[in-house]
Design a protein around this ligand. Sequence first.
Ligand code: SF4
Length: 482
Amino acid sequence: MSPEKKENCGLFGIYGDADAVQKTHFGLYSLQHRGQESAGIASSNGRFIQCYTGMGTVARVFRKDSGLLEKLSNPMAIGHVRYSTTGSTKSANSQPFLSEYSRGQVAIAHNGNLINASVLRDEYEAYGHIFKSTSDTEIIIHLLAKPSHAMREDPIAHTLQHLQGAYCLLFLFPDRIEAARDPHGIRPLSIGQTASGAYVVASETCAFDTIGAKFIRDVEPGEIVRLDERGLHSRFFSTPGEVTPAHCIFEHIYFAKQNSDVFGENVHTFRKCLGRQIAREHPVKADVVIPVPDSGTSAAIGYAEESGIPFDMGFVRSHYIGRTFISPTQELRDLQVKLKLATVKEIVAGKRVVVVDDSIVRGTTTRGKIRSLRQAGAKQIHMRVSCPPIRHPCFYGVDFPTKEELLANNRDMEQIRDFLDVDSVGYCSLEGLLSCASLPADHYCTACWTGQYKIPINTVVNKFIMERYQMTMFEGWIEENV
Ligand code: SF4
């Protein structure tokens, strides 16, 4: 995981399986790349919901000897892995959120970012509502519980009509699961089925492969899918086709796993296409193409195939390093990069090297990688990036730094090359990026490159907007110490 851009949560749910909780546990493992700050599972026996959440990775929260999975064992379950995009890293913000209201129990898990959460929370607090977290997700429970919403024929549909922004949601009621996706379909959510017929929903299809389920289809933008004893039922809370989709194309570039199919196409294949595209847009004479693993690997293969330059592994990533402290000196920061990404000297020494990465955000991490290649004896370094320069923040569930901190903000290509200290730099063009996508160009969100936000941002949106009375940030020590 790049320390510069963070994933945005993963969801998994399954209805009607004797091993629902175990399968949710496996499903969350396969979605772990989408968030490592906290994990949780809520399950129901048909009458009552139980829930357990904790800080850290799935392995850390559901330790083998904890007996938690056995205690939670029930035939329907939802699970969540979190990376915070609203609200700090603390246990009160871990999901699923379990609550009781006038209609009974409900557990909610969310992937995305609600851009009007702060406005809604102000409104509800003015009426005396008390919030126990600083996450945008909690507002959904308050909306659902509001008497004028709860008494409606379809309280969920009515609730969702009040939300703005990006959201894929799983609701677990004692007798059913309801899965919903925002009208723009910004984040992915898919439906699968196990061999025994149990229905599964997950942020990415890689979770289906893990538990041996087959992909059926995506939850459509603006759709609510209900899973209960009578099977799968669909309804829409917004008119299909009324708004143009805004699928986050960054899911293809960086977030999703290579073996997932997202927005109808395979992630690895998409990234290879990007690699071929950059090779055509930015050819260079070189001896070897190396990826920044793991998210740059598929694009580097594509670049090598198109250019005819041999592909090799110039970096080896350690999979055993969790989060590390932000080091105070450049020397320690360089050592940190080396700890996570070791250089293979034999591959790069004395060579003209093409380095392929998925994206560059602040540029400081990339510069550290370049420095270690120079120290390993690379003769020339040509940086190739499989998306355009990022110049705008994301308000739809990805934690980029502020606009001022972005490398490409107010820098031209020569200044970027200079900052990275490379011999040349080449980014994939927006047209080139979109040419690899199977859907029409206007079906994707590209706001972090163009600044054109399909859902207007009319209010202040930032990660800590809800941290009004307390600031509990534990950035940097969750993995090691919890
Ligand atoms: Fe994805 Fe960028 Fe749009 Fe955010 S702004 S949803 S990262 S494409």
